[in-house]
Design a binder for this molecule. Structure first.
Ligand SMILES: [Zn+2]
Length: 92
């Protein structure tokens, strides 16, 4: 297992076998999202292997609208458990 498939923000392992979870071919960039911290990630393949880094805000807004929508949906799904627990606290 190569170490380059970990989230650069929280260190979560993103790879499932040879496939990076949530990986999508979005234009010229490969975009993924960390299932642990919902960080939007840019994947790039080079001669030295796969590199993953966090997407900048301008990169995110430079994506096609459809891609942004997909990432927003994924973000909501990942963040949902935490948001629910916060709502529970507000009710108490
Ligand atoms: Zn992460």
């Amino acid at each position: 297992m190569v170490g380059e498939t970990c989230c650069p923000k929280c260190g979560a392992e993103l790879a499932e076998g040879r496939v990076v979870a949530g990986r999508k071919e979005l234009g010229r960039e490969n975009v993924s999202i960390c299932r642990d911290c919902a960080e939007v990630l840019i994947l790039s393949e080079s001669a030295t292997g796969l590199a993953i880094r966090a997407a900048t805000v301008s990169e995110y807004f430079g994506l096609p609208e459809e891609s942004q929508t997909l990432l927003r949906v994924a973000f909501e799904l990942i963040k949902r458990p935490r948001r629910q627990s916060r709502m529970v606290r507000q009710l108490n």
